[in-house]
Design a binder for this molecule. Structure first.
Ligand code: NAP
Length: 259
């Protein structure tokens, strides 16, 4: 399927690895020029070089922490005008509801709610002026079905989801389409970190922790960054023009719900 976005420019935040990388790769495959971001320069440059070589698109890089004002300023300056914004950052650490203090919530809100909102506020006005734009926010399955040990994530992402629900409807009339993409468990470093926490807590091996988790997923496996990226590219495409403020769950059926 021709996604109709060849030649457009996308900023993909937090994209040297994992789901962000999957999104960058799929957009590049559709002919989109990229601005990629992550904190670590080495992995970022490596990912950018691989994508340039595989897809022949322009790829600029900005090594910066997207959850800080200073980091965002550098990313925005380098990015300039973009047609597509993919919001992403690392997720908050797991824990117990009794552990989290105000400072922990502020950090989670900064990273997973206020950072994407700041990026939307910076880039969506230009998209509206030009009459075309796409925003995809990577959130989590936990928005639909809470993951108790990820209470910081549950809270921050619910806040972003509420903001997007209203804002997406205020900008759609100007051609800017904004949706959220909700990953269930995917094969990335983040999943490995969560599995190692389970293995440690329960005194089991990583393989056992993974098998235990797979048994709760009707698809019987973890998702891949490639599958995730393909949906991101579709949400960024011409074909998504009538899809406003939706929360698209990619979880192999793990959330047991009719709607
Ligand atoms: P990942 O494999 O750990 O990759 C994270 C990527 O983001 C890396 O490129 C990392 O590079 C970059 N990054 C992290 N923090 C950043 C920051 N502050 N500023 C700029 N770049 C940053 O993680 P993932 O699995 O792709 O997860 C992406 C998001 O989806 C997370 O918020 C995660 O909680 C959420 N999620 C993931 C899953 C899953 O199963 N994988 C499920 C539900 C939700 P640097 O470290 O070099 O910055």
């Amino acid at each position: 399927m021709d996604l109709g976005i060849s030649g457009k420019r996308a900023l993909v935040c937090a994209s040297s690895k994992g789901l962000g990388r999957g999104c960058a790769e799929a957009l590049a495959g559709a002919g989109v020029h990229l601005v990629m971001n992550a904190r670590g320069e080495g992995a970022l440059e490596e990912a950018a070089a691989e994508i340039r070589a595989a897809h022949g698109v322009e790829v600029a890089t900005v090594a910066a922490d997207i959850t800080t004002e200073e980091g965002r300023a550098r990313v925005l300056e380098a990015a300039g005008e973009v047609d597509i914004l993919v919001n992403n950052a690392g997720g908050p650490p797991p824990g117990m509801w009794t552990d989290w203090e105000r400072e922990d919530f502020i950090k989670a809100l900064d990273a997973n709610m206020l950072a994407p909102i700041a990026m939307i506020k910076a880039l969506v006005p230009g998209m509206m002026e030009r009459g075309w734009g796409r925003v995809v926010n990577i959130t989590s399955q936990s928005v639909k079905s809470p993951i108790a040990v990820l209470g910081l994530s549950n809270s921050a992402r619910a806040g972003l989801t509420g903001y997007v629900a209203g804002t997406s409807r205020q900008v759609a009339g100007k051609g800017v389409i904004m949706n959220n993409l909700l990953p269930g468990i995917h094969d990335t470093a983040r999943a490995e970190a969560l599995d190692s926490g389970v293995a440690e807590r329960e005194g089991i091996t990583m393989e056992e922790a993974k098998a235990q988790r797979c048994a709760t997923i009707p698809a019987g496996r973890y998702g891949t960054p490639q599958e995730f990226g393909a949906m991101c590219a579709f949400l960024s495409s011409q074909h998504a023009g009538f899809m406003v403020g939706q929360n698209v769950l990619l979880d192999g059926g793990a959330v047991n719900a009719t709607l």
